[in-house]
Design a protein around this ligand. Structure first.
Ligand code: GH3
Ligand code: MG
Ligand code: MG
Length: 464
């Protein structure tokens, strides 16, 4: 996995050193020697990871980090503080500024590459979700309820052999955990782990079973793949730690543990998990409920209106023409009344199938209302759209519809209103109003027919 890393340090030799190490692993390296330049570069280049020196004249690393996290464009970029100070107060200061991790100078290669890799992985995942959320997000409502859940206490699983250490950690985590399950062996932990676990804290020093093996099992199991894992390592057991990060652990702490750092890191993993979950849930809900019609599998009204307004916006640039066909089933109520609601559902589904069959793949079909459908045909003129509408009318009327329960064959007809986008200033409402007027005219003139209105409707239509 190749990625772009921004190295920020006021001492040139430090920059050169990190640059050389990263370049040897095929990372692309950008460099800055002070805060303001780093901020500019971060915003312009959006690197995958930023390695940030703490002690710099002019603007220190904490301030740079705060500003990066306060800017929506750069807030998601993972920041690793690189510091000579290893005392916990500076670590905390960094976490408060929004840093994602620390490296202590002189920088150890294993820790460096493990951290960079895992942060890049996380960033890619976040990007993917944000992108999907952007596409679907306008349809789903990120509700206040799920946002509030961010600070709700979490379900934490703690794997720790030592009773005293476990007790102290449980005590520290109390403010953020509503349930904390304790396991003292890997087998125990495996049994207690489930998809609702919001954080798994695993001590690498557990001797009953191999925590790293458990970790790799977790990552290979669909159910708990998304559970964040925080490793606790004894006095720098860096090789095992790096292996753990490689296997997919999200973060780590080294003993002796600092209570506030434990809480801060746990909290940020939980928040991250919840954000991913929310994005995914939002997307799932958007797709299944907000965008498609359950009965026919077609797009629904909500989607098609948004799609249409997007298309019309684009049309102003291209001077193209989009046709819409609005159609309605004739006397559909009689199908329900005479043959039952399920028979009506059969007809609606079959209409969807025949309509899809009659169109190009670039055309879009939506169920617009109960027994009303809308077809969008990009780059299609009124005469062509009218021909397509006529073909569709024939395709419905020509072959009877079979009721699945009884095998009864029903005659079904539709009427269709056709129009196209007109001059600039035309909008979705006007377009749909015109299609609806044409549809109404088709009903007045006897159903089972096509009526087309050009973008400048005939005067008669004004009276409806
Ligand atoms: P017209 O020719 O004037 O369009 O008459 P119509 O009977 O088709 O129209 P009307 O608006 O009077 O009735 C539409 C019916 O469609 C009433 C409603 O119960 C039925 N309907 C709407 N959605 C569904 C559905 O999902 N399944 C079934 N089976 N029926 C539905
Ligand atoms: Mg009808
Ligand atoms: Mg109707």
């Amino acid at each position: 996995m190749t990625a772009r890393v921004l190295v920020v340090d006021d001492v040139e030799i430090n920059v050169k050193l990190l640059e050389a190490k990263l370049a040897s692993e095929y990372y692309e390296v950008l460099t800055a020697s002070n805060g303001p330049v780093a901020l500019e570069l971060a915003e312009a280049e959006l690197p995958d990871v930023i390695l940030l020196d703490v002690m710099m004249p002019q603007m220190d690393g904490f301030e740079v980090c705060r500003r990066l996290k306060a800017n929506p464009r750069t807030a998601d970029l993972p920041v690793v503080m690189v510091t000579a100070l290893s005392d916990s107060s500076s670590r905390l200061c960094g976490l408060e500024a929004g840093a994602d991790d620390f490296l202590t100078k002189p920088v150890n290669d294993i820790a460096l590459f493990a951290r960079v890799r895992s942060l890049v992985r996380l960033k890619r995942m976040t990007e993917e979700w944000r992108l999907r959320d952007k596409i679907c997000g306008r349809f789903g409502d990120l509700d206040a309820e799920s946002l509030a859940a961010d600070s709700a206490p979490a379900r934490i699983l703690l794997l720790e052999e030592d009773d005293f250490a476990a007790g102290r950690m449980a005590d520290a985590l109390k403010p953020i955990a509503n349930s904390l399950a304790r396991a003292s062996s890997c087998a125990d932990a495996h049994r207690l782990l489930d998809a609702d676990t919001e954080l798994f804290i695993a001590s690498l020093s557990v001797s009953d079973g191999d925590p790293l093996r458990l970790l790799s099992q977790c990552r290979a199991t669909e159910t708990y793949r998304q559970v964040p894992i925080l490793l606790i390592a004894d006095a720098p057991d860096l090789v095992r730690l790096a292996k753990g990060l490689d296997l997919g652990a999200n973060d780590y702490l080294v003993r002796p543990l600092d209570r506030s750092e434990l809480v801060a890191r746990s909290g940020s993993q939980i928040r991250r998990k919840r954000m991913h979950e929310r994005l995914r849930e939002n997307q799932r809900r958007s797709l299944s409920l907000a965008l498609t019609d359950e009965l026919t599998g077609l797009y629904n009204r909500r989607y098609v209106v948004a799609h249409l307004s997007e298309l019309i916006d684009r049309l102003y640039d291209s001077a193209g023409e989009t046709a819409v066909v609005l159609f309605d089933i004739d006397h559909f109520k009689q199908v329900n009344d005479n043959h039952g609601h399920p028979a009506g559902d059969d007809v609606l589904r079959e209409i969807a199938v025949r309509t899809m069959d009659s169109l190009r793949s670039s055309d879009l079909v939506a169920r617009f209302g109960g027994e009303e459908f809308l077809v969008i045909m990009p780059e299609t003129s009124l005469p062509v759209a009218t021909t397509v509408a006529e073909r569709l009318r024939f395709r419905i009327a020509n072959e009877r519809f079979t009721v699945s329960e009884t095998g009864v064959k029903l005659p079904v007809t539709i009427r269709l209103g056709v129009t196209t986008t007109g001059a600039a200033g035309d909008d979705v409402d006007r377009l749909l109003k015109r299609a609806d007027d044409a549809l109404y005219a088709a009903k007045k003139s006897g159903r089972n027919r096509v009526v087309a209105y050009p973008s400048d409707p005939p005067a008669a239509s004004a009276t409806g």
